[in-house]
Ligand binder design. Structure first.
Ligand SMILES: Cc1ncc(C[n+]2csc(CCOP(=O)(O)OP(=O)(O)O)c2C)c(N)n1
Length: 567
């Protein structure tokens, strides 16, 4: 019988699946559930060494001579400190030691608990990767714990091998230490790293006849080779390939899907549900995949560095190769044909989306201005609204769209934009909100070349919060959450050598918008004054107009009618 503790079950199941067989064990209490699990399982070979310092070196010798990873496991506090010399030696010599250090639960640490020191990251300079596992109390903890152990075991073997630390917890209830009721350790998810020298037919078979949603993320250069590979893949498999402007992919093969993720209702999500999701690129902006988390759609991720990226919580395979190779190889070994029926489902729903806007708002201004973008220009946007609305507009293929999308900070949009604009003669447009502009104002008095255009949407607050929270829900919203102010930017613009234009209505905008990108001696800042509350409300109602009501079955309808009658 084995322990009921899920955290330990995950460790044991994964060590087996990764083929880690050898354990050097030192005596103690806190690691009992793990020790008893491995000593009872004939898969593992265990050695007993009292002194943890010696245990570390015994494991080092074993790992080196077998050229295989070896675990050392001990109780907490100074016991774990004694692994340090062996960890340092393993780090320098690229030997795969696995230090399994047992610990107290996070919220017990440093409050009078006995035998408790800070073990988190304790071997830091001498450790390839370290994880501090959570107590597993729900599905989210289970996923996180599984992901951490997978990460540690994957990263141990990438490039040069080396030591890793897995800090795990003793149970809160002392009786659980010696409770063994589970006949078998349940199998947990192993995230597979797949290298390029594989039997591609095996993976092609897994995709054949399946509905495949490819989500293309950011910061991938879409070379001609990659586009060709995607096209060939798309011809052979039932594929939908979605993206947004920030991926800069510019090819008809991609379905441009921004906004879709926030308007689909649950039954539409089910209707469009893929059998598998494939992603590549450093940040997948689209929320589509995350919606499929609950539906447990398997996920394949393509990344040369084999970084674990698991936003859907269903990552199955990481293909450690370029996307070009992945799509090329799979296209080559398949003789299937894309019937386009899955694609048509998506196309039909996307064609119903109408993001028109009539009232003068932040979105209205951005949409009108972007209509005049010149060829081959660059658009940089600050985060959230500016980014969201840019994605809702029609942007020509040869325009480059950028933003500080990964950390989503409002701090550096202007500075980053200036850096980008300095390296091109073409028009460089910044779409920015007033708080983001205020934040980065130091840069507004720096050097500005005349190819710069700044569209500053000044709604005198963080309109994002008027959209996602609203004054109706928090009447004091403007005080601190949306940081309302009364500033306008004429003086500071003139100081920084910008020609200053201001519009407060659709009519005023119409008069100047076609001139905004015309050649000019000076860089130009166009300040559009809108109202944050109206901006938020209009966005909410535009999205609501695009949502379909959930069709209720007759049974549910009758039940509801009966309930209403009873009231
Ligand atoms: C450095 C940093 N601080 C705070 C935030 C939280 N935040 C997200 S959006 C936002 C408001 C942005 O306001 P603004 O630039 O005026 O754009 P708007 O929402 O009005 O479109 C804030 C404060 C953040 N993302 N980054």
């Amino acid at each position: 019988m084995y322990t009921n503790i899920k955290q330990v079950q995950i460790i044991v199941s994964l060590l087996k699946q990764y083929g880690v067989r050898h354990f050097v064990i030192s005596p103690g209490t806190r690691h009992v559930p793990l020790v008893h699990a491995v000593e009872m399982d004939s898969f593992f070979t265990c050695y007993s060494v009292v002194d943890e310092r010696s245990a570390g070196f015994v494991a080092l010798g074993l790992a080196e001579s077998m050229d295989a990873p070896v675990c050392v496991v001990c109780t907490s506090a100074t016991a774990s400190c004694n692994y340090l010399p062996a960890m340092q030696e393993a780090f320098e010599r690229h030997i795969p030691l696995i230090a399994l250090t047992s610990d107290r639960a996070r919220y017990q640490r440093f409050h009078g608990e006995n035998q408790c020191i800070n073990q988190v990251d304790m071997y830091k300079p001498f450790c390839k990767y370290a994880v501090d596992l959570p107590l597993v109390k729900n599905d989210e903890d289970y996923w996180y714990c599984n992901r951490c152990v997978n990460e540690a075991l994957i990263y141990q073997n990438r490039n040069e091998k080396g030591p890793i630390q897995i800090n795990f917890l003793e149970p809160l209830n002392i009786r659980e230490l010696s409770t063994f009721e589970v006949p078998e350790i349940p199998l947990t998810r192993k995230i597979n790293v797949i290298e390029s020298n594989i039997d591609w037919k095996k993976y092609a078979q897994q995709l054949a006849g399946k509905k495949i949603l490819v989500i293309c993320g950011q910061y991938i250069t879409h070379t001609e080779r990659l586009k060709k590979a995607l096209r060939s893949f798309n011809e052979k498999y039932e594929t939908v390939i979605t993206t947004d402007y920030f991926a800069n992919v510019n090819d008809d093969i991609f379905i441009h899907s921004p906004g879709l993720d926030v308007v689909l209702n649950s039954s539409e999500y089910r209707n469009l549900k893929p059998d598998i999701i494939i992603t590549y690129g450093s940040k997948v902006y689209s929320g589509l995949g995350v919606h499929y988390r609950v539906e447990k759609v398997p996920h394949w991720y393509i990344d040369e560095e084999a970084i674990v990226y698991d936003p859907m919580h269903t990552l199955q395979n990481i293909f450690a190769m370029s996307p070009d190779m992945f799509f090329e190889k799979l296209a080559k070994v398949s003789d299937g044909v894309n019937s386009k029926s899955y694609y048509q489902l998506w196309r039909a729903r996307l064609d119903q989306i109408n993001f028109e806007i009539r009232n003068f708002t932040n979105y209205y201004v951005i949409k009108e201005v972007l209509k005049y973008l010149p060829e081959k220009s660059t658009v940089h946007t600050s985060v959230l609204n500016s980014m969201r609305f840019t994605n809702f507009c029609a942007i020509p293929n040869d325009v480059t769209v950028i933003g500080n999308i990964c950390a989503d900070g409002i701090d550096g949009a202007l500075s980053t934009f200036i850096g980008q604009a300095l390296s091109t003669n073409k028009i460089a447009l910044l779409v920015i909100g007033d708080l983001s502009y205020l934040y980065d104002l130091n840069e507004a008095i720096g050097t500005m070349p005349n190819n710069i255009r700044i569209l500053l949407i000044n709604n005198n607050a963080g309109a994002e919060f008027h959209y996602n929270i609203s004054l109706e829900r928090i009447s004091t919203l403007n005080l601190h959450i949306a940081a309302a102010h009364h500033n306008q930017f004429k003086e500071i613009s003139t100081m920084s050598g910008l020609e200053y234009w201001k519009v407060t209505s659709a009519d005023e905008l119409e008069k100047v918008v076609s001139l905004f990108f015309q050649p000019s001696e000076q860089p130009i800042l166009l300040e559009a004054i809108t109202d944050a509350d109206t901006d938020g409300r209009e966005l909410r109602s535009m999205l609501a107009r695009n949502r379909k009501k959930i069709a209720l079955s007759m049974r549910v309808k009758n039940k509801l009618t009966r309930m209403i009658k009873k009231l």
